[in-house]
Design a protein around this ligand. Structure first.
Ligand SMILES: Nc1nc2c(c(=O)[nH]1)N=C([C@H](O)[C@H](O)COP(=O)(O)OP(=O)(O)OP(=O)(O)O)CN2
Ligand code: ZN
Length: 144
């Protein structure tokens, strides 16, 4: 909560969309187990999504600028952490993180969280990564 001594705190969100293909397949499971668990999403040639990612910060509103973080800076960080590595890519073949784990939306949210922490000047302000894999399938991660 903000009072006279501390700046009021607020949540700030920016949304980006990217397109990528993937196949749900775990190196820790047999082919038969992969087929059983992931079903159509384990199809050998993969499938694509238009992912929607919302990154939320929580921080004090600077009294001089009226901002938590300039959206221009947040945009730059999200370009670096999300768009550059993943837009128009094959997640399983182009992103090293997914060489050893399945490219589920849960794992994707942890990947984005870690990348955002790496590129942000004030990583403590990162509050939540929310991903819509489809309109109906949504994952949120808060670094726990
Ligand atoms: N826990 C998870 N389960 C599943 C994930 C995931 O990331 N985490 N991902 C998938 C697939 O990648 C798949 O592409 C989901 O597609 P689909 O089932 O077609 O998507 P919808 O549910 O939105 O489609 P409906 O038309 O509503 O059935 C699977 N599981
Ligand atoms: Zn999928």
């Amino acid at each position: 909560m903000g009072d006279e001594k501390t700046n009021p705190k607020a949540y700030q969100t920016r949304r980006v969309t990217f397109s990528a293909c993937h196949r749900l397949h775990s190196p820790h499971l047999s082919d038969a187990e992969n087929k059983e668990i992931f079903g159509k999403c384990n199809h050998i040639n993969g499938h694509g999504h238009n992912y929607v990612v919302k990154v939320t910060l929580f921080g004090g509103i600077d009294p001089k600028t009226g901002m938590i973080m300039n959206m221009t800076d947040l945009k730059k960080y999200m370009e670096e952490a999300i768009m550059k590595p993943m837009d128009h890519k094959n997640l399983d073949k182009d992103v090293e993180y997914f060489f050893t784990r399945p490219s589920t939306t849960e794992n994707l949210s942890v990947y984005i969280w870690n990348k955002m922490k790496d590129v942000m000047e004030k990583p403590d302000w990162l509050y939540e990564v929310e991903i819509y894999e489809t309109e109906n399938n949504i994952v949120k991660y808060r670094g726990e």
